[in-house]
Design a protein around this ligand. Sequence first.
Ligand SMILES: NC(=O)c1ccc[n+]([C@@H]2O[C@H](COP(=O)([O-])OP(=O)(O)OC[C@H]3O[C@@H](n4cnc5c(N)ncnc54)[C@H](O)[C@@H]3O)[C@@H](O)[C@H]2O)c1
Length: 273
Amino acid sequence: MYNLLKGKKGIIFGALDSNSIAWKTAERVHEEGGEFVLTNAPVAMRMGQINELAEKTGAQVIPADATNLEDLQNLVDKSMEILGGKIDFVLHSIGMSINVRKGNHYTNQNYDFTQKGTDVSAMSFHKVMQTLYKSDAMNEWGSIVALSYMAAQRVFPDYNDMADNKAYLESIARSFGYFFGKDKNVRVNTISQSPTPTTAGSGVKGFDGFISYADKMSPLGNATALDCANYTVSLFSDLTKRVTLQNLYNDGGFSNMGVSTAVMSAFVENEQE
Ligand SMILES: NC(=O)c1ccc[n+]([C@@H]2O[C@H](COP(=O)([O-])OP(=O)(O)OC[C@H]3O[C@@H](n4cnc5c(N)ncnc54)[C@H](O)[C@@H]3O)[C@@H](O)[C@H]2O)c1
């Protein structure tokens, strides 16, 4: 360990269980000397094992629905009280589509579900940042990261309305990142992560095929949740002070591939003959 986050204080959204990317991130941030408050939706408190993680990392848990401004204000105020000052890092690791959950095809959405999914998966990022910004809760040279997926740029039919939510999320990172940078010297980025076996990830139709395809296409193979945690640690550290407004691929090279020999071999019959 490198003590990269010694003395830094933050808020980590979205640790549901030990597969969650936020869970791995909390463990790594703790190992690097960072202190934080853990938060998740009140309903996830009942389903998840967040208290176990809190105990392990010496964190306190404050429930907050990331779509609810009162919850977010309470979270920010209490976090500053608990941590004894302003915030250095925030991880937004939140995603949910009711259309995906209910098996509604992209061409047959229930728009109430679509709106709810957009609020949870994308607009919540704006709400989190607006709450932090208005409360002047971020320390200078702080860092805010949200997690995205490449369906924001390219078509993955079964990713459904989450593709649109991720495009919106990445745009918010740039737009808010401008003001956070100019006014408070805070950086804002998204990490575009490989498919990862978590509760949210596995909800996508055909996920098993999806994950093996990505793995076979990527020269370095799929990035794991731990890889994502490590990348996030680097973005929270002082080693990346002027990286901002970026969507950063943590995907083993997938995003720049056309085709790989491993994938081609599935289409070339009897090549040896
Ligand atoms: N798993 C993948 O394949 C993959 C790939 C790229 C990006 N991502 C992104 O990573 C992030 C984390 O997802 P994960 O894969 O670790 O899955 P996960 O299911 O462990 O985490 C999703 C989290 O969102 C939380 N959440 C849902 N509604 C909320 C609300 N209203 N308020 C607060 N929190 C709420 C859930 O409780 C859960 O903790 C998501 O943004 C996801 O889209 C995942």
